[in-house]
Design a protein around this ligand. Structure first.
Ligand code: NAP
Length: 307
């Protein structure tokens, strides 16, 4: 009979790392899985995290590394395996990966979210040759070139600011006449002078043969179309939760987020959710780490009640 863990933590973004730290400190017999080698999840794609208390301006990469090292110091490291499915077998939960089948009495789902796609012609075909979802990863390829960012949230505005320091010209294409991004970011957006915001417009086609050469946009007010000549298109139109594999395990809301409150308790006994994957008001590093701690506390209480 294989080992039955007290807790299995799926994901090594800020929520998963925080959960691992709390589980290690609670001396729980813990299994920790993540498909990536590096720890940090989405923050690894973030140039600068400027709103995590005590660490102003830290790079996402450094923050992820520091959090991972903190967990390692407590003797816990994530195992690199992609989880294919989790099955609720009552008191035990079965976690299936390509190579293994694990058993745990509680599971914390902290698998985060992925970039939403636009679903327009050229997006998939030119991905990696001008189409990118990560300015901090790919921005350097566009030195002194032109880039377009699509979106109006924090991510889009941060990407535009980041690219404006590298590129000759940056366009920010947003579907409304008002940005969703925080005011402080909006102020920095126009500071360098080479960012132009194109309002009320949606991307309809990414053009190019071997690499991106242009973006066709449509003005939603008068329906006119035009082409922006560009070398790169950075898509930052939000995130979608990584819950596909868990749709039969836990209850999801209409946007696919796991229905769970601050305590991380889902409608499936023994299964908890933490971080961007759950229904919540604010998806930030600071709320993700708090979720990890809460979910472990809930799992711990659940195990006590089961005894
Ligand atoms: P977001 O806040 O959901 O914003 C997505 C943006 O994309 C919105 O402006 C939205 O337009 C637009 N959009 C969505 N679908 C679109 C489509 N099909 N075509 C065109 N535009 C579309 O997403 P995010 O900026 O990726 O951020 C994700 C989460 O991470 C947020 O909770 C955000 O606050 C957080 N985050 C925080 C920081 C920070 O605090 N420093 C940095 C990055 C991200 P509408 O405005 O019209 O809806």
């Amino acid at each position: 009979m294989s080992e039955v863990y007290d807790i299995a933590i799926l994901g090594a973004g800020p929520a998963g790392i925080s959960a691992a730290i709390y589980a290690a400190r609670a001396k729980m017999n813990t299994l920790w899985l993540d498909k990536q080698f590096a720890q940090g999840g989405q923050i690894l794609n973030t140039y600068e995290v400027d709103n995590y208390p005590g660490l102003p301006g830290i790079s996402g990469m450094d923050l992820g590394e520091a959090m991972g090292e903190h967990a390692a110091k407590l003797g816990i490291e994530s195992v690199r395996e992609n989880v294919l499915a989790v099955e609720d077998a009552g008191e035990e939960k079965i976690i299936r990966t390509k190579k293994n089948e694990y058993r745990a009495r509680t599971v914390i789902l902290a698998c985060g979210a992925s970039h939403r796609r636009l679903g327009i012609p050229g997006e998939e075909e030119l991905s990696g040759v001008g189409v990118s979802y990560c300015a901090t990863c790919d921005g350097a390829f566009f030195k002194d070139k032109t880039a377009v960012v699509v979106g109006g949230g924090n991510m889009a505005v941060e990407d535009a600011i980041f690219l404006s320091r590298i590129c000759k010209k940056v366009y920010l294409v947003h579907r409304r006449d008002e940005l969703r991004a925080d005011e402080i970011l909006q102020e920095s957006l126009t500071a360098d002078g080479n960012v132009e915001v194109i309002w009320n417009s949606v991307a309809v086609e990414i053009q190019g043969e071997e690499c991106v050469t242009g973006l066709r946009i449509r003005n939603v007010q008068d329906n006119t179309e035009s082409v922006i000549n560009t070398d790169g298109v950075f898509i930052a139109v939000g995130i979608i939760p990584n819950t596909e594999k868990f749709s039969g395990l836990v209850k999801l809301d209409e946007s696919g987020y796991i229905i769970a409150g601050e305590e991380g308790i889902t409608q499936t006994p023994g299964i908890f959710a933490a971080g961007d994957i759950r229904t919540k008001m604010l998806r930030q590093v600071v709320t993700a780490v708090s979720d990890g701690a809460n979910a472990v506390t809930s799992a711990h209480n659940y195990l006590i009640r089961q005894r």
